[in-house]
Design a protein around this ligand. Sequence first.
Ligand code: HEC
Ligand code: HEC
Length: 477
Amino acid sequence: MDNRFRSTPGPVTRWALAVACAVVAVTAGCSQGSEEARPSPTTETLTSEQLARSGGAATVFNDGAGAFEQPVPGLTGEERRRFAVGNSLFNRNWVTAPASTTGRDGLGPIFNAQSCSSCHFRDGRGQPPADVDDPVRGLLVRLSVMEDGEPVPHPELGDQFQDRSVRGVDPEGSVRISTTEEPGTFVDGTRYSLAVPTYELVDPTGKVIEDIMISPRVAPGVFGTGLLEGIPQEDLSAAEDPDDADGDGISGRVHWVTGADGEKVVGRFGWKAAVPTVEAQGSGAFNGDMGLTSTLNPDQPCTSAQAECNAQPNGGEPEVDDDQMATVTFYTRTLAVPARRAVREADTDRGEAAFGRIGCSSCHTPQQRTGPDPVAALSEQTIRPYTDLLLHDMGPALADDRPDRDASGREWRTAPLWGVGLVPTVNDHTRYLHDGRARNLTEAVMWHGGEAQAARDRFAKLSTADRRALLSFLESL
Ligand code: HEC
Ligand code: HEC
């Protein structure tokens, strides 16, 4: 375990200071006398308030267990009501059809979870099971096979492995995870170890399922998704550098996908940015994760080979009606981003400078701007998500070797880093990366390869003080 969760004294005081600093503009007094701190040139010009407000007007000053589940400030009365109904839809346990409560039946026939929040607990992130007896919560496995050189869903199991089912139907099986340790040493002599996972899918009879491509993924946090959705498409494609024209070894590219109307749109959501909108992600989750149909995904998750699955009664057509879908989407889009803590402290300023210097910010773009949005707090905001939302080749160690739409098995979306330091507080764990393989932030960085290899190597060479400062900076996000 990473034990660097030092208790930072008085975040409230710091926020108060941040606000005071914003009022008097940036002065030496506001940087808290941090002579040795070298904030990077771009952040030097920002006030502490601007640095703290990761989500612009959609920021909440909450660093407790509820940090990811707050509505954006300034919702109208009607919007607050929708948020509350959406919250209950997100948290509700769906039940098997037919049920007396027709508004929430239709679960399965095969599924992974009964509610959105069982994977996105408190709107945060899931983790892999601790051991074989631990139920899999918040980790799901996408599937495909190759047919004529193209990835297609598995003929019997479809494109997702559902390890639970309603009575009378077999689940597709279970996931077995084993790990081996790969130790390493930083240039300063400190040791670390990476846990390399191996996955096996086992059918209900205990037989290992062969010849299948798999992509295990944990549930990421869902807060701030309305802001990520609002970054104009042109801004994201302007940051692309597919042929690495600037020669920095980093060649991010937009994941172009097909939108609801058949047009090419920017993929933004999921670990491979394969999904263009919050609505499409939610509808896909209702369907693949919970076995619930909606207008965008009208078919049950059963394949034609799954007769029992196809024979089950449904909970309406669709099971999640358009109003429910829109309300869950509204709720997810209007989840606020928690404010940064420890802004303009010597340690975090030093860490932030290192983050820029060693090239982390080449992908984890500190600042973005959103376009117009009907919700005031989401509209035209300067935000600090630390992502370019682009796909990067992250090397063979992180690869799942399963193409997903246009993303290769080695490509992943730059993970947004806002809120990353609050995962232990909200979700009570420190598992990072797409399948939760990293057991702390240090391991998360040391797993980086491919386009991020140079940045990772520079991280490994940092002085002990700089490495600690960089981790403090990440924890302050
Ligand atoms: C079985 C676990 C599970 C359940 C249940 C689940 N999710 Fe997810 N969610 C995930 C995973 C895993 C991802 C990443 C998917 C990917 O990489 O393709 C994700 C991604 C998301 C994202 C995108 C976040 C981002 O920044 O990329 C949103 C939004 C989301 N889920 C909303 C929902 C909603 C709404 C529900 C309920 C209808 C739901 N999820 C139910 C596991 C789950
Ligand atoms: C080439 C682009 C790139 C560079 C450079 C880069 N990252 Fe990343 N980072 C990513 C991608 C892509 C992921 C998601 C990878 C995955 O989940 O498999 C990620 C994930 C992370 C995560 C885990 C986030 C989460 O939600 O689980 C952390 C922490 C992180 N990066 C920190 C850093 C730091 C610190 C540096 C500099 C040493 C850095 N990154 C450099 C692209 C990059």
